[in-house]
Design a protein around this ligand. Structure first.
Ligand code: 4NP
Length: 148
């Protein structure tokens, strides 16, 4: 799960997908990272922590890190939160077989529409909506890939 800072959107996506994996008893490894480096080592934004907690998910133990090219080898699926993250990941992937792993996460909910999860960093009211979008997207991820 990849966003810009790895403190708002992708920590929520990581926490939500991990919860669903537990419910479905899937043996998946999930992690998140940012394309930017500014928040490396920081915990999730308190507004993400709050909306996760309201939905029964504790994301406080997560720490931000920056995506590295190795992640594109190590993980089978990479989900970008917005089109800017998506473009950066495609550039990082460089090879076609690696770029095939990269998906815009809301394409799972709105196929082919190229929608982005809005960056809620400057929008206190945005976190609830972000949670709901990511919750639905993570349901679609489990439906689509749980046969692997
Ligand atoms: P995120 O949100 O990409 O969802 O973690 C942001 C967090 C921090 C910044 C931008 C977006 N920032 O500019 O510091």
């Amino acid at each position: 799960m990849v966003c810009l800072g790895n403190i708002c959107r992708s920590p929520l996506a990581e926490g939500i997908l991990k919860e669903k994996i537990k419910q479905h008893r899937l043996d998946w490894e999930v992690d998140s990272a940012g394309t930017g480096y500014w928040h490396v080592g920081d915990g999730p934004d308190r507004r993400s922590v709050a909306v996760a907690r309201q939905n029964g998910i504790d994301i406080r133990a997560q720490r931000a890190r920056q995506i590295s090219p190795k992640d594109l080898d190590d993980f089978d699926l990479i989900f970008a939160m917005d089109t800017s993250n998506y473009r950066n990941l495609i550039n990082l992937a460089a090879q076609p077989d690696l770029s095939e792993k990269v998906h815009l996460i809301l394409d799972l909910v709105f196929p082919g529409e190229g929608r982005s999860v809005p960056d809620p960093y400057y929008d206190d009211q945005g976190f609830e909506g972000v949670f709901e979008m990511l919750d639905e997207a993570c349901d679609r991820i489990v439906e689509r890939w749980n046969k692997l």
